[in-house]
Design a protein around this ligand. Sequence first.
Ligand SMILES: [Fe+2]
Ligand SMILES: [Fe+2]
Length: 452
Amino acid sequence: MIVPEIFWIPAYAGTTGSWFYSLLQEALFSLHFPKGIALALVYVDDLTEGMVLAEDLFTPKGFFVLAEGMPLLSDHLQRLNGWGVVEVAITDTSLGEEYQQLQAEIAKFVDRAEGYLYRRFVHNELDKEPLATIYRHSVHRYAERFQKGWDPAEYSIDLLPADPDPDSTPLSVPQLLLGEVELFSLPVVYARIVQSINDPKSSSLQIAEAIGKDANLSIRLLRIVNSPAYGFSEKIDSVSRAVSLLGTDDLTNLAADVKVLQQFNGIPSAMIDMDSFWRHSIRCGLFARILAGHLCLPGEELYFTGGLLHDIGRLVMLERMPAQYTRAIAKGMAEHLPIYRAEQETLQTDHSIVGKLLAMRWRLPTPITRMIGGHHSPASAHYAPEACLAHIADFLAHATGHEVTLVNEIPPFQLKAWEVLNLKEELIAPTIRQVDAEFRKLIKFFFKGSAD
Ligand SMILES: [Fe+2]
Ligand SMILES: [Fe+2]
């Protein structure tokens, strides 16, 4: 059973006057469970010793781990992450003063969060579902960040590098992808891996040999395969073992992910924060993969790669025509346009089109190409499920991540994409929390930074 997201509501009740908190307050107090126990769902990192389980606890794979009525001990707290548990139903009488106080503290920052988010969501109608629910989560998360002392960077147009020739014509899409394309080509090793995988005669040993030719790729593949996201109980310490354990699709995707992340190091930092760019991309990949799982779409890992690469066209444009791209950023900032619209108005194309053509050039699987090409305009991809999924994943990644970019407005949400996928509002809360949990684990393998 999916339980409404109520865990922060008690502290907010009556403090903000916001309509959605009043509604949720009512939901909280009307929520009674079969045995008459009022409970709150508490995020795994917010659990403390002594909180009492309101329900039997199972891992996401359905294994029973702890019984209802059990008070949490420090040993349990340490193990919960390893069990893959994201949230725990706790009896509200055992929440503890510390937890209640923290929620009261967070409530003080709700107005600031709403003020900050107003501009980001300016292209979206927040009184309609599922946007109202997504926005509610966004407000809570930003209030939490402000409470922790987060101070978002403020960008000014004055800090943008000057365009040396404001009259120069931007490159066309074919020009963008012509000429020195090494930077945007997946390297030779990747090509060899794909070739080996696609050749029915090649053995996993030959594939492992191809990967083994690139020490860096081998090391990073092993690190990723051994990451908690893959959940293998034993340590995998050889490339050939990794190859035999992973499906060929996973392997191709992993190789692409690893190689792509190593590229694009030469883009001016004044134009884009690469760390934020990849964090947003990873988050989008996770949303796409987890939603694909809920929708029972085959090949979930492929959707992660599609999400990871969805904005890759931006990097091509930034790298190949930084001066002209400045115009798009300046227009977006001045007129509060989402970046893809500012690109269309100044560069006569946008990063979804550039990215799609790059993906085709890389011969990436069709669903990935559709995700990249359709993430801002699922209509242009005839509402193919992959395009709709990428659109929703991108929106959720914007709404829940706190990466600050020069042009920070969230693109308009397209309800038809949500309806085509037949997604339900009840999925939003658990999906956001699952993405959070996986993001924390994954980010350590992609970067050395923190997950916040
Ligand atoms: Fe985009
Ligand atoms: Fe995006």
